[in-house]
Design a protein around this ligand. Structure first.
Ligand SMILES: [Ca+2]
Ligand SMILES: [Ca+2]
Length: 175
């Protein structure tokens, strides 16, 4: 089971000088070792598709006794607690995720929806795009189809501004 994403990230302060941008990039590059980055950034992520050929839920059972899954996709760009486990008390609650896409009777939907978040002078260490997919049943409770955490490779992807920013290569997300 795979969720794929494209990531775009750029400094949202266009007046910022190249030297400052360079230092931002360096800061991000060093973020594994250094404790925190502070700055003005926009992060965009496109959730491109879900591959779930066999129509399985997160627990390995089938979505439905008959027919394909009915996936409903929401996502959140998380710089506050990017490493926390899904559903943990220190992780962002699902109610704050942005609903992006829903389809009935489709195991492998093309999603193609973009989510955006601005970081305005906040401190962060890492950024993760969290994707939460449920199998939405007409009756009864919804089942968890999967949770994916897609780490943003900030070192490669930070553009100086919106025009210079480039989408990353499509990448699969960890479950
Ligand atoms: Ca179901
Ligand atoms: Ca179904």
């Amino acid at each position: 089971m795979v969720i794929a994403v494209l990531i775009l990230m750029f400094s949202s302060v266009e007046a910022q000088s190249a030297a400052n941008i360079f230092s931002s990039l360096l800061d991000i590059y060093d973020s594994i070792a250094s404790p925190e980055i502070t700055g003005y950034f926009r992060v965009e992520a496109q959730i491109t598709r879900l591959d779930n050929e066999r129509g399985k839920l997160a627990d390995g059972s089938s979505c439905d006794p008959i027919g394909p899954c009915d996936p409903s996709v929401s996502a959140f760009i998380d710089y506050e607690s990017p490493k926390s486990k899904f559903g943990a008390p220190d992780s962002v609650d699902y109610q704050f995720y942005t609903p992006l896409f829903a389809v009935r009777e489709e195991n492998n939907p093309i999603i193609g929806k973009t989510i955006t978040r601005d970081i305005c002078g906040q401190s962060f260490k890492k950024i993760a795009v969290r994707v939460h997919v449920i199998d939405k049943d007409r009756v009864g409770k919804d089942d968890l189809l999967g949770n994916w955490r897609c780490l943003v490779r900030t070192k490669d992807n930070v553009g100086r501004n919106m025009e210079l920013a480039d989408w990353s290569a499509e990448a699969k997300c960890d479950i």
